[in-house]
Design a protein around this ligand. Structure first.
Ligand code: F0G
Length: 350
């Protein structure tokens, strides 16, 4: 049927729900898998974008949050808590509002995009800015969830991973099999863990004939998995992935190694170049962190390490409207004209 009921209903038999589970959904999932002709031309591959900014709150977090909030309600929780670089808090706030739960969020002070802050506030979350980074926020949220009656909905919650794995299902359902390579940005490393789990489940029961190589990309100033060391002061313009001690570190390494993949660093300069290319050439407006997947793909291709002719999917994780500063600062200031066709035409170069 043309009606999409949300990912829990769509993949009910592959998720930890029963007939009596009270599903909390905003009809997330079923996001576009958009062919990327310019990236395909540049790489000699068949490249697609999984556009996760098309989810209800504008990021892939909604896939995990429909599951996490559903299970929180099923288990009788009254309140949920998360640490966030912005998107998790936006999603948790929305799904908690839908379910009538109290939502507490901890964000690194001054380091989250304004659109995401607006989302958490408009959906009624209790928001604290923490004088610390994301890793500090996560440690604090974990402690509060142990000592107080509040459920943690960060991706250390396995229900988040269960929901997020459905993105792999959708890709295989559309393409008819798994791609050769899957690229995605890596921050706290929940999403690469979830995609790998989804691909493995489809391959295990024969829905797909194979699994892809998982290629993860961290921002160069926040690349602990690449360097093998915690980054005490992570720095990147891609605030969503400004994380120095990822919770799912070892699971990301497993996804990389079991798939024959790679996890590399990309500079902020490369991230911004990919961000602009995506907007101008593919017409997909993403937030900077999302462009790390594409920056990484191009970097590997430019190093001569991408064999042409392969099918590649890049997840672009969040909507560009969440963090418009980088779109505006990279563009010339608009010119003001009188209500005069001649002047307007001259300015437009018509
Ligand atoms: N892209 C975006 C837009 C994100 O918001 C995040 C994570 C990632 C990529 C990385 O995904 O953490 O699963 O490796 N954002 C989290 C948050 C940390 O709080 O919103 P990951």
């Amino acid at each position: 049927s043309p009606y999409w009921p949300g990912l829990i209903e769509a993949y009910r038999d592959r998720l930890p729900v029963s007939d009596s589970t009270p599903v909390v959904t905003l009809q997330e999932g079923a996001t576009p898998l958009v062919p990327a002709p310019e990236l395909s031309r540049r790489t000699g591959c068949d490249v697609y974008l999984k556009v996760e900014g098309a989810n209800p709150t504008g990021s892939f977090k909604d896939r995990g949050m429909t599951m996490a909030i559903t299970k929180a309600v099923e288990e009788g929780a009254q309140a949920v808590i998360c640490a966030s670089t912005g998107n998790t808090s936006a999603s948790a706030a929305a799904y908690a509002a839908r379910a009538g739960l109290v939502c507490a969020v901890l964000v690194p002070q001054g380091k989250i995009a304004l659109g995401k802050l607006a989302q958490a506030l408009v959906h009624g979350a209790k928001l604290l800015q923490v004088d610390g980074n994301f890793d500090d926020c996560l440690a604090l949220a974990s402690k509060l969830s142990i000592d107080y009656p509040v459920s943690l909905v960060n991706s250390v919650n396995q229900y988040r991973i269960e929901g997020q794995k459905t993105a792999s299902f959708e890709i295989v359902d559309v393409l008819g099999d798994a791609p050769d390579i899957h690229c995605l940005p890596v921050g706290n490393a929940g999403n690469i863990t979830a995609y790998w789990q989804g691909y493995r489940e489809y391959a295990a029961d024969g829905t797909a004939t194979r699994t892809p190589r998982m290629w993860g990309f961290q921002a160069a100033g926040a690349a602990p998995i690449v360097s093998g060391q915690v980054v005490e002061q992570p720095q990147t313009i891609a605030t969503a992935i400004r994380i120095g001690n990822p919770a799912s570190w070892t699971k990301a390494l497993a996804a990389r190694d079991e798939s024959g993949g790679r996890i590399d660093a990309v500079t902020d300069r490369a991230i911004l170049a990919a961000y602009r290319l995506l907007a101008r050439s593919e017409a997909v407006f993403v937030e900077p962190a999302s462009a790390a997947s594409v920056a990484g793909l191009l970097q590997v291709a430019e190093a001569g390490e991408l064999e042409p002719g392969q099918r590649v999917v890049c997840t672009v994780t969040g909507n560009g409207l969440k963090d418009p500063d980088w779109a505006i600062s990279g563009a010339p200031a608009p010119v003001t004209v009188p209500v005069d066709a001649g002047v307007a035409a001259a300015q437009l170069g018509l």
